[in-house]
Design a protein around this ligand. Structure first.
Ligand code: 5GP
Ligand code: ZN
Length: 113
């Protein structure tokens, strides 16, 4: 998708602070972190949201989930993390290239603030 900022990160047209990459996923720090650790995991195929998953993109979604704990450990989140996919504008999705938020290192109450 030519107007998709996450696709532009995949092509290198928009820089990102990369933390992990393989043949199916890219993970990078969120530009406006909502927690002390806030990383986005995206598939290397354009799919708008979980609602649009098809036979091509579903294996990428599986890879994103299965890689998330490995990425979280690398980020120092062995004590725990949150994995969130805002799906649809009504529930906060602002970038329409499916992604998971990995969030961690909250305060002692677990309050996200
Ligand atoms: P959503 O609101 O769609 O669930 O999440 C989109 C996320 O992308 C937001 O947390 C936002 O801060 C992040 N984001 C938007 N534009 C950029 C960007 O250019 N670079 C990075 N690293 N993150 C971005
Ligand atoms: Zn895209």
């Amino acid at each position: 998708m030519s107007d998709c900022i996450f696709c532009k990160m995949l092509t290198g047209d928009i820089p990102c602070n990369k933390v992990y990459e393989d043949d199916q996923v890219l993970a990078f720090h969120d530009i406006a972190p909502k927690a002390p650790v806030h990383v986005l995991v995206i598939p290397k195929v354009h799919v708008a949201s979980l609602y649009e998953l098809d036979e091509v993109s579903t294996p990428y979604a599986h890879a994103m989930i299965s890689k998330a704990p490995e990425i979280a450990r690398e980020l120092g989140l062995a004590e725990g993390f949150r994995l969130i996919a805002n799906t649809g504008e009504a529930c906060g999705q602002t970038v329409h290239h499916m992604h998971f938020h990995i969030l961690g290192k909250f305060n002692d109450t677990g309050d996200t603030g």
